[in-house]
Design a protein around this ligand. Structure first.
Ligand SMILES: NC(=O)c1ccc[n+]([C@@H]2O[C@H](COP(=O)([O-])OP(=O)(O)OC[C@H]3O[C@@H](n4cnc5c(N)ncnc54)[C@H](OP(=O)(O)O)[C@@H]3O)[C@@H](O)[C@H]2O)c1
Length: 324
């Protein structure tokens, strides 16, 4: 993986090719993650040279992910990390997820996030998702004001179409766009990725490991309990799940020839795709992030790239990402 720091859009912010996705640290993707695990995972990421930390107002019902970052940062300088936050999604009682992009709501969430993070600014602030109930221009205007006030250095948008990106950027110039992207789920190659590439907007990829599926650690008979959000996604169900695991098996010899493990070549492949600026990988403990950090020194060769392309072709079309 090319480890050179990359500039986020037109901003002064630079990130490495791999970032720590701090969503699993909130303990909402599955249970059993303690505050100590979360804090140790952030610390292990920083120690491994992964300093781009991606979080959000809604990562945890009470900001548990932001709290873990703040705790881990107590022994680091603020300038040693790039903090990326998101606003525009929150939880209501009963774990009901609500998208709310009204300017006053966004501003309130950002102020609360900054308090939890113990900082006066984030380096990158995304609109987490467009709110279909209001014109995107209103949300974009709020992020432009927050940047003008110094509460963020760069602005991004996430989970968004090209049409809405265009309207957002007309009000608030964009530095980054965060979308789901991995070897098997590559919808953005058709529209968002070329649009961003043509305009110098950085694309930050989430779900590079397909929520853990591409790590080569899942048994074929694995059953996800109701407390593990993966049970809702087609990619972990029935024949889809088995065919995805066939694909992972096909990656194994490719990784072994390079002296690597499957998640390392998966992350290296993702980071080297044209237009991808940084890849956010989640982890639930320090060992996982240490293993994933191995991808930083993983170099794919043309033989590996050709073999990966053959495995992707053999896998065929994957199911939609949407939970059911
Ligand atoms: N903008 C958005 O709307 C949005 C949406 C989703 C995610 N994101 C961001 O993108 C980040 C990455 O996405 P993600 O965390 O959902 O998915 P991911 O990176 O594809 O998968 C992460 C999960 O895989 C498992 N894992 C990771 N490394 C492993 C290893 N070496 N060995 C075995 N298992 C391993 C862990 O789950 P288990 O230990 O539970 O198996 C971990 O929680 C998020 O953390 C978040 O920052 C953004």
């Amino acid at each position: 993986m090319n480890q050179t720091a990359r500039r986020l859009g037109n901003s002064a912010v630079h990130v490495g090719p791999l970032g720590l996705g701090c969503w699993p640290l909130a303990g909402m993707t599955r249970g059993g993650i303690t505050a100590a695990d979360a804090q140790a995972t952030v610390a292990a990421a920083i120690a491994a040279g992964i300093t781009h930390l991606d979080t959000a107002y809604c990562y945890g019902e009470a900001g548990e992910s932001e709290a873990a970052i703040a705790a881990a940062l107590s022994t680091h300088r603020r300038a040693d990390v790039v903090l990326a936050g998101k606003c525009g999604i929150h939880w209501e009682p009963g774990r009901k997820q609500v998208v709310d992009g009204r300017p006053e709501r966004l501003r309130r969430e950002v102020d609360e996030s900054l308090r939890r993070l113990g900082t006066d600014h984030v380096d990158l602030l995304y609109l987490h998702a467009p709110d279909p109930r209001i014109p995107i221009e209103e949300s974009a205007g709020a992020l432009a004001s927050l940047r003008a006030e110094g509460k963020t250095l760069a602005v991004g948008a996430s989970n968004i179409s090209v049409d809405l990106l265009r309207r957002f950027a007309a009000v608030c110039p964009l530095d980054a766009c965060q979308m789901h992207y991995n070897i098997l789920q590559r919808e953005i190659e058709a529209d968002v990725l070329p649009w961003c590439r043509a305009r110098g907007v950085s694309v930050v990829a989430y779900w590079p490991l397909m929520k853990g599926l591409l790590t080569d650690t899942m048994a074929r008979d694995r059953v996800f309990p109701a407390t593990d959000s993966r049970h809702k996604y087609p990619m972990f169900q029935g024949d889809e799940f088995q065919r995805n695991l066939d694909f992972v098996e096909a990656l194994r010899p490719i990784a072994h020839r390079l002296g690597r493990r499957v998640p390392e070549i998966v992350l290296a492949w993702t980071a080297e795709q044209d237009g991808i600026t940084s890849v956010l990988v989640g982890a639930t403990n320090p060992d996982q992030i240490r293993e994933n950090a191995g991808s930083l020194t993983c170099q794919l060769d043309d033989e590996a790239r050709r073999a990966i392309a053959r495995a992707v072709a053999a896998r065929g079309t994957v199911a939609s990402r949407k939970p059911v």
